[in-house]
Design a protein around this ligand. Structure first.
Ligand SMILES: [Zn+2]
Length: 453
């Protein structure tokens, strides 16, 4: 009997099983609460089953786990899906929290380009990129869509660091063949094209399970039309994502009109260059017309709403309700360092603020609810990055990307006066909480926070 027994255990999948409250979104409802639920994660990091706590005995027999191994959450704890930052400049993290006194185009020339130019120094890059990956993970960003700089090797290093710390990431080597203000921060069109090819090839060769390249023309102002077209072809040939910026501020929109007189709109510039695909995410879009949103919808292009940045640089107010009405995919982004906070919890709050500002301006405006914004930060973001088959909510077959939130963590920012229901716990966390409340972070089943050496 002994060999048979051994064989059976060898063939048996080992599950990590969690019991307690799970909150997440579906497309039917922005907030679904599963109380006393039981969730099993297989060795591949995927959700193998979700059941009810009362059925624990049957589930343990069916899936073969020991009751003593089940991890039980406390009453003031819950699991929520990991958050998806659809737009963040890893390279700008060093000056996050400063330099917020100029509008976009001056801000780029004065603060951004001189700092990004320093990333030809790999030691500097390692320092900044390590910090930003750790900071975002600790704040619950399980998936990040990163802009790096024009430097291929430093961008590859960012991919390596995301992989090492276990973050799901799209990483982009920035492309820009136009820049007359900071002369040492520009590439030739040929270099931009070739280095993008090398970046994609070398990153894919590493076979990191959760890190993918994303073709990254900075924006229409810093790219020639031939380069934009070449980059679209590279993305298509490699079946990879595309990211850029659009319609962030009014001066920028006017400048694009002058630079591309043959295009009917900012959206048309990218559309003509074949950059709008169902794997494209565009940041901002504050000043897009309804007609342009229709093109987003038709092409499957998504928007990254970055409210902290839009307010901090006085760029504009994105009407997310209108975007949703047009059935355009939309997620949230921190846009560090135009946005001063690297935390997606901040992005949730600023999204609510922006929606309330629009409601002040128009009393008939339908303000976003906190449940809807919770969905934007999780499921919406995963859809915006076309990663919703892997992550975004708790569904059997998806990866277990999750935050274990303790609302009443000792010395934490929230005082619980009495026991509260899960919906109140989530609302308090989103409005009052911070990284102290995020006691554990999981990506594809692996516990990545607290950090291990
Ligand atoms: Zn940006």
């Amino acid at each position: 009997l002994k060999p048979l027994f051994l064989n059976q255990t060898q063939n048996m999948t080992r599950f990590s099983v969690y019991r307690g409250t799970f909150v997440h979104s579906t497309w039917e409802t922005p907030l679904q609460i599963l109380e006393d639920a039981l969730l099993g994660v297989d060795e591949g990091g995927k959700i193998a089953f979700i059941g009810e706590g009362k059925d624990i005995k049957q589930l343990s027999q069916k899936f073969g786990f020991n009751l003593s191994e089940v991890i039980q959450l406390a009453q003031h704890e819950f699991f929520m899906p990991g958050m998806v930052d659809t737009h963040i400049h890893a390279s700008q993290y060093s000056y996050a929290g400063t330099a917020l006194d100029l509008p976009l185009l001056q801000w780029l020339n004065t603060y951004t380009f001189p700092v990004e130019a320093q990333f030809d120094n790999l030691e500097f890059a390692r320092k900044v990129y390590t910090q930003v990956v750790k900071r975002t993970l600790r704040n619950g960003t399980t998936t990040a869509c990163y802009f790096a700089t024009i430097h291929t090797d430093a961008s590859l290093l960012l991919g390596q660091l995301a992989n090492d710390f276990g973050q799901r990431a799209l990483v982009g080597k920035v492309c820009m063949d136009v820049n007359d203000c900071v002369k040492n921060y520009r590439e030739t069109s040929k270099d931009s094209e070739e280095e993008t090819g090398r970046f994609i090839k070398e990153l894919l060769k590493k076979e990191y399970p959760l890190v993918r390249p994303v073709v990254t023309p900075r924006f229409a102002v810093t790219c020639t039309e031939p380069l934009l077209k070449q980059l679209a072809a590279i993305a298509r040939n490699n079946s990879v994502h595309i990211q850029s910026h659009i319609s962030e501020n009014v001066d920028e929109v006017e400048l694009v009109k002058k630079l591309f007189p043959d295009s009917t709109s900012y959206t048309d510039v990218y559309h003509k260059c074949n950059l709008l695909t169902n794997k494209t995410v565009m940041a901002h879009g504050c000043h897009l017309s309804d007609k342009e949103l229709a093109v987003f919808r038709e092409t499957g292009t998504s928007l990254a709403h970055c409210p902290n940045s839009n307010l901090s640089l006085c760029s504009g107010l994105l009407d997310v309700r209108n975007v949703l009405k047009h059935k355009v995919k939309v997620g949230l982004g921190t846009d560090v360092a135009g946005g001063y906070s690297a935390s997606m919890i901040d992005a949730v709050r600023r999204t609510l603020d922006t929606s309330k500002i629009l409601s002040i301006q128009n009393p008939n405006y339908e303000t976003l609810t906190f449940e809807e914004v919770f969905r934007l930060a999780t499921l919406g973001g995963s859809q915006a990055l076309s990663l919703d088959e892997q992550t975004g909510n708790f569904q059997v077959g998806k990866h277990f990307d999750a935050l274990r939130v303790n609302v009443a963590v000792p010395e934490g920012p929230i005082d619980l006066i009495q026991p509260e229901e899960p919906k109140i716990l989530l609302e308090k966390f989103l409005n009052l909480g911070d990284d102290r409340n995020i006691v554990e972070v999981f990506v594809a089943g692996r516990k990545v926070v607290p950090f291990t050496d």
